[in-house]
Write a protein that binds this ligand. Sequence first.
Ligand code: PLP
Length: 402
Amino acid sequence: MPKTELSHRAQNTPPSPIRKLAPLAIKAKKAGIHVYKLNIGQPDIESPEEYFEGLRLFDEKVIAYEESQGNERLCRAWSKYINRTLRIDTRPEQFIITVGASEALVFTFMTCCDPGDEIIVFDPTYANYLGFAAIAGIDLAPVLCDMEENFSLPERSRIADKITDRTRAILVCSPNNPTGTVCSKEELRLLFDLCEEHNLFLIVDETYREFVYDDFEPFSILNLEPNSERVIVIDSLSKRFSLCGARVGCLISSNEEVLASALKIAQARLAAPTMSQFASAYMLENIKDDFLQGVVNEFRVRRDALYAALKEIPGVIVQKPQGAFYTVVQFPVADADKFAAYMLDKFSYDGKTTFIAPAAGFYMQDSSQGLPQARVAYVLNKNDIEEAIGVLAAGLQSYSGK
Ligand SMILES: Cc1ncc(COP(=O)(O)O)c(C=O)c1O
């Protein structure tokens, strides 16, 4: 019997570049080597006590389906949280609660695009956008950002050149994963104006909104365009409250049609998890602003430690990230994929090694751009980061693939 074929969609969905080398890390761990995990955006900060308190307060006898749009109290609490922190005026009805920002992105792609349509993104890009696009059957059209310019947005004409009659939206992530770059107000304005001119949606992934350093203040596209029907904000509790496993995100829009259509998709998947939404609502109602201030301060310290340690390594090129908790680093190696594998498979220093995510998988247009680069996530405490980069420097010295 011939083999039963799988869908092209399944075959074309790329594996995560972040998790690709995980089996080697597991092997190293089994061999008793301590692995510093700088490959994945999993913060080590303790989740807020208010979330656990919310879980304990849940006292229903049946864990029933939640409303497809999301727990009403959570929509209200999230709207209030955003209004307080950004000094704007959203309404709970503008929110659809999803299983993380991930599901919000899939809903948004499916709502805005038909199969074969295109969304413009910026390269290097958050690799899971490729997976979401494959699920939705759409194409991503990447515009390359330059490492020498700290991955800031390319000039308007280069973005405009990518617009075709199949383009439905521009998607920008700020603060950015994987580059740590933050869009200025002027850059967001430029993107919005382009969308106005070409009648496109502007999707802004604000998963890391509060993670900004130096002179940046948390800023949303909703500060610029609070009522525009072409703006869709993607948000998440995962990173800012160290709640990656709670799986709570949302999409926010002023566009009634977008909300009604996304809701139909949300209805088809029934609902996001009931208890997690209950606990998230309780947490947002009760958490103090100093939780997040403390978290952001901690990440600033880590960013400074990482940047200083990387700058010391001969041949390494790194820009100071302005936000989120990642940066893309160029190493003096021919292929960072091979170097990352070497670190896990062949190298240890004092029983320790460091796990970084090769950057080629974050580049869509031309993965050779990212060949000597890797994404480094500063999700460990300052001491561990310094140790991890020390181990990385020792690994580079002994590595022959330069
Ligand atoms: C830019 C960006 N968007 C979305 C997500 C998905 O987050 P969530 O855990 O809310 O699904 C991530 C997770 O790493 C991310 O980095």
